[in-house]
Design a protein around this ligand. Structure first.
Ligand SMILES: C[S@@+](CC[C@H](N)C(=O)[O-])C[C@H]1O[C@@H](n2cnc3c(N)ncnc32)[C@H](O)[C@@H]1O
Length: 218
């Protein structure tokens, strides 16, 4: 399958357009995936980094047992997240910052858990972002991803291939294969794939969890 990654300017332009309508359109459609990822992150607990935090729709899925820091490339999306924080309902959300996930301004081993909900398939260099997530998570900590992943075969795969070129400008990427995440983990001895499962009820989204080996250097 021929496929190219999205570049940064496409993502920034797309999410500047999405920001005013994002919650109404993507809130309900992606809620199950978002909740599943946050639940898995809560099980790890502690200090959690949300990569591509967007408008902060996930804030409701955490509680005071955690400390949330979010980053995003899109200033208009982050402005919405800051409005949420200003409501005072999310004291456990400590900060949201404009930051590119390819080059994070965090020290190694800063977080207990890194979560990326509907993000890894649309960043310009997914393997580089995974390596950054791996760098900033503590040994024994987890990276939790949730996304629609490429169906690989059948009618769904054909539809996704067809949609791929038509949805680029929207900052979407329906034809991203799991094999790419797996290949990244194989190339990193310290990254262990601990879970891959479809999210109920419809199985449209896949939750993938990597653990940073405890033996890895902090
Ligand atoms: C589909 S939205 C998901 C937002 C949120 N995680 C949610 O579940 O609603 C993807 C988000 O990833 C952000 N993003 C894309 N590339 C990024 C990058 N390189 N660094 C940080 N954020 C990025 C976009 O700006 C956008 O806010």
């Amino acid at each position: 399958m021929q496929s190219t990654d999205l570049d940064r300017s496409i993502v920034e332009t797309a999410y500047a357009r999405w920001a005013p309508i994002y919650d109404a359109v993507c809130g309900p459609v992606m809620v199950n995936g978002r909740r599943a990822a946050a639940k898995a992150a809560r099980a790890t607990g502690g200090r959690i980094l949300e990569v591509g935090v967007g408008t902060g729709l996930s804030f409701d899925d955490y509680d005071a047992s955690t400390e949330i820091i979010g980053i995003d490339l899109s200033a208009p999306m982050l402005a919405k997240a800051r409005e949420r924080m200003a409501s005072g309902r999310y004291p456990y959300v400590k900060d949201v910052r404009l930051m590119d996930a390819h080059r994070m301004a965090f020290a190694d081993a800063t977080f207990d858990c890194v979560v990326a909900q509907f993000v890894i398939t649309l960043v310009a260099h997914p393997e580089q972002v995974l390596s950054e997530c791996h760098r900033v998570v503590k040994p024994g900590g987890r990276i939790i991803l949730v996304n629609h992943l490429y169906s690989e075969k059948g009618v769904a795969a054909a539809v996704e291939r067809w949609a791929a070129q038509r949805t680029r400008g929207l900052g979407l990427r329906p034809e991203f294969p799991f094999a790419r995440l797996q290949a990244w983990a194989h190339a990193n001895n310290d990254a262990i794939l601990v879970e891959r499962r479809k999210v109920a009820p419809f199985g449209i989204y896949t939750l993938v969890c990597f653990e940073r080996a405890v033996s890895s250097a902090a």
